[in-house]
Ligand binder design. Structure first.
Ligand code: KIV
Ligand code: ZN
Length: 506
């Protein structure tokens, strides 16, 4: 490791305050310097219902993941379409430091499709549980072994590197799994992946499987855990503790159904609790935001590491503690993962937070009116509303305005003009747009955030609309820009266009 990287990691270590018991409980991790991040955001992540990325979207995400420092990137499933193959070629042409890989079933035609892209690393898989072999593949175990081995041999004969996966490994008979994985290794697979395809194992079970497979395999073992029962990250880490060296993950945990182990959670835990250095942690926040924006797949407010509330504090006791020393109520400083802390003014705020915000805004507020101000804030915030800086200023100046907005929209060539009033210009503009477009559209959620902080910051607006006519379909739109009203309008239009596109494709 380079000296600059080592000193950067030492700096990040100073930002941590995880439990000291972790080190006491953990056996040492002799392979911690060999742990690799295998990212599958562009393959398993894209398979999440609701996500459909264009070729350019994929190239942009691929570049960001490469910059983040993932070791291997599963950038697609070559056989699925010519566009997918073209995208894989574009990613290769753009040039990456990481290894680019494509998924392939244990079928020679799938390997041929990978070869057409120029990608030289293929991840072959076949289902190995009785359930899958009997009902899905309708193949005997011997046939499954033969397929797996002949496909790996075929890929090797054509000069490809191969990782092999037993799909549904965690419900596969252990002796059979040992048999097929040893055969895959002998055929030339350089790593064996053990997916918890349906997210059904617990950490102890995963540790058991990995230690058993370790007894018969010489090549590195990889983890690929789904989050159906909320254990994807815990299972991945348990596999690593038991000797696995590769973590298959996705940014923001996106993936089939409830998703995959989240890259940001696995990487931060590996660093904070296992001393294993993988990706550039300070780029996690920006990369996560970028993936959220491009996929349109919103990150839950309470999502670990990158959720809006991960470093947000509202209650008086917590804000007081954080202002004295942020580690009182945070496991590590937000800058370690490239995100920002937010002190939120809301129902649970105490005077400390309000004073802190007013100081940050440079507003001197008379002490004798503080209790009055607190009462007004509680009244406004009682329904769970957060008070942003502009609203706080409006409260203290007693300002109340009625705004109007007029919008002109072209829908399939037809021009519609609508005016509305609202409690502010954004409210008025969004109301006018939904009126102009369609009275079946309701605004479900609106969020505005400063991307960089400061009064001249770029802002990011997120709008979620519901089409009450079309089975209550939800569509999310995001936009970034300098002007709050224009950016909000752009986000609203992005959501409406997404809703239209969905209707057209149905
Ligand atoms: O979940 C799974 O089993 C997979 C395989 C294709 C590796 O995604
Ligand atoms: Zn998967």
């Amino acid at each position: 490791m380079e000296a600059t990287q080592t000193s950067e990691n030492a700096r990040l270590r100073d930002m941590l305050a995880v439990s000291p018991y972790n080190q006491l409980a953990l056996e040492s991790l002799p392979h911690r310097d060999r742990i690799k991040i295998f990212d599958t955001t562009l393959r398993d992540g894209e398979q999440a219902p609701g996500i459909a990325l264009s070729s350019d979207d994929k190239v942009r995400i691929a570049m960001a993941l490469d910059d983040l420092g993932v070791d291997i990137m599963e950038a697609g499933f070559a056989v699925s379409s010519e566009t997918e193959r073209e995208t894989l070629r574009k990613i290769l042409d753009a040039g990456t430091d990481c290894t680019v890989c494509s998924l392939a079933r244990s079928v020679k035609g799938d390997v041929d499709a990978v070869m057409q892209t120029g990608v030289d690393y293929v991840h072959t898989f076949i289902a190995t549980s009785d359930l899958h072999m009997k009902y899905k593949l309708k193949m005997t175990p011997d046939q499954v072994v033969e397929k797996a081995v002949s496909t790996i041999e075929y890929a090797k004969e054509h000069g490809l590197r191969v990782m092999f996966s037993c799909e549904d490994a965690t419900r596969t008979d252990l002796d059979f799994m040992k048999r097929i994985c040893v055969a895959a290794q002998d055929a030339g697979a350089e790593a064996i992946n053990l997916p918890d395809t349906v997210g059904v194992i617990i950490p102890q079970g995963m540790a058991y499987i990995v230690s058993e497979m370790h007894k018969v395999l010489k090549v590195p073992i990889s983890m690929h855990c789904h989050d159906d029962m909320g254990l994807a990250v815990a299972n991945t880490l348990a596999g690593v503790e038991a000797g696995a060296e590769i973590c298959q993950v996705t940014m923001n945990g996106i993936g089939e159904r409830t998703g995959n182990a989240a890259l940001e959670e696995v990487a931060v835990n590996l660093f904070a609790n296992y001393g294993a250095e993988t990706v550039d942690l300070t780029k996690l926040g920006p990369t996560s935001k970028m993936v959220e924006r491009i996929t349109g797949f919103p990150i839950a407010y309470n999502k670990a590491i990158v959720g809006r509330n991960a470093f947000a504090h509202e209650s008086g006791i917590h804000v007081h503690g954080v202002m004295a020393n942020s580690l009182t109520y945070e496991p590590f400083k937000p800058e370690m993962v490239g995100v920002e802390r937010h002190i939120v003014i809301g129902k649970h705020s105490g005077e400390h937070s309000v004073r802190g915000r007013l100081d940050a805004l440079g507003v001197r507020f008379p002490e004798e009116h503080m209790s009055e101000l607190m009462a007004t804030i509680k009244e406004i915030a009682v329904g769970g509303k957060e008070i942003d800086d502009a609203e706080l200023v409006a409260v203290i100046t007693g300002k109340s305005v009625t705004s109007t907005a007029t919008v002109t929209i072209a829908i399939n060539g037809e021009k519609r003009v609508k005016s509305e009033i609202g409690v502010g210009p954004v409210d008025a503009a969004l109301k006018a747009i939904s009126e102009a477009v369609n009275d079946n559209i309701t605004l479900e959620e609106y969020k505005l955030a400063a991307v960089t902080g400061g009064s001249d910051s770029i802002c990011e607006a997120t709008v979620m609309i519901k089409n009450v006519q079309n089975d209550g379909n939800l569509s999310v739109g995001k936009a970034v820009g300098l002007d709050v009203v224009q950016t909000s309008v752009d986000a609203m239009m992005a959501a409406i266009n997404r809703d239209f596109a969905r209707q057209r494709s149905e």
